[in-house]
Design a protein. Sequence first.
Length: 184
Amino acid sequence: MKIRGKIKTIVLTFLAIFFIGIGFFNFNVQKDSFDIAYDNNEKTGDVELVSSEVADNSENSSEENTVEENDYFSESRIERDTRFSQMLETYQKMIDSNQISSDQKGIAIGEIKKIEDQKSSILVAENLIKNKGFEDVIIFINDDSVSVIIKSNVSLLKEQVAQIQNIISRELNVDIENINITNK
């Protein structure tokens, strides 16, 4: 009986490490697509905004950019929510399993609560930022780091950056130096 319990623990530990690895890999892949400013591989200042727009003089480029930006924010939100749903489903399966100890189920329940709290905090922060007059925003969290992408064709003012930092810091409980803000 003791061997069976150890095997279950090893399998659950492997699954947890596997999903953490997948999350880390997904974040790093997406992080490469962010336009975060770096100077000699070090961040310059608290926040540096970078526009990801490509200059195009054609008349249709404005409409195409708007469609692409709307698609970007919608698709990113769907991808983020899909990842959350997959993680929640995995933990729910663990809870529903008869082969898992009550301690392991307790850990899974804690992880579900953590994910739900994070989803709620992101939703609140995005809505508060939109209420400040921004057309759209998407927030990604990785451990202690938060990436915020604002839909804006112009550079953000220092006051706007400070407002966004304040909202993110308060709602997601993250230090300001760990907040990366870009505009798209």
